[in-house]
Every structure is written in C-alpha cells, then in structure tokens.
Design a protein around this ligand. Structure first.
Ligand SMILES: [Zn+2]
Length: 109
C-alpha cells in the first residue's frame, strides 16, 4: 500500500465518522427538543458533499486503471470517478487503446 492509498482510506474513514457524528448530533437534538438540529442537517450535507469531492479528487490522482483486454493503463477524470459503475477495486471503463468497455482493475500510480 502506498502512502497516498493510506491517505485515501484514512480520509474515507474520517469522512464516515464525521457523517455518523453529524447524524448522532441531529438525532440527539431532535430527541432533546433543541431547535439547532436544522444546523446539523446543513453541516451533514456540507460534510457529505465536500468530503465526497475531496475523496474523489484524491482517488482520481491516486489510481490508474488497467484494461482487461490489452493491459493498457489509463487514468480517469473527475466526472468518471463519480459516474462510472465500480466494484471494490474495479471500475467499468472504456479503454482508449482498444476501444472496448471492460472491467478495469485499479493500480496505484
Ligand atoms: Zn484495452
């Protein structure tokens, strides 16, 4: 595991913990009848979106993807990190070399 891969997994974990904490605070406020729960809804949405963008940019710069057919390596852009279907360590992408849509395995840069 490279340092950058470690950073991606640590940040993903922190993102998850922050989201859980926000949800917890939100429910706590609702439970205690405090009006500030609305604030936590906004914080939750902000953390969700900002974290998602940061983690996706990091993933984009950390990994290359290898074509199943011709083993050509390609990088992905930000739009592709969001919209392409993915598995745990794979992603369905079109290969710029052989033009085939294959399940590509991610390789750290
Ligand atoms: Zn290919």
């Amino acid at each position: 595991m490279t340092n950058k891969e470690k950073l991606v997994s640590i940040l993903s974990l922190i993102h998850l913990i922050l989201l859980m904490a926000c949800l917890l605070m939100m429910f706590l406020c609702i439970f205690l009848n405090v009006d500030t729960w609305v604030v936590f809804v906004f914080i939750f949405i902000a953390v969700l979106i900002i974290g998602f963008i940061i983690i996706n940019i990091l993933k984009m710069t950390t990994y290359n993807y290898e074509c199943e057919e011709c083993h050509n390596l390609r990088s992905i852009n930000f739009i592709e990190t969001i919209f392409t279907p993915k598995g745990k360590e794979t992603r369905v992408l079109k290969c710029p070399h052989c033009q085939k849509q294959t399940i590509m395995k991610r390789i750290p840069k």
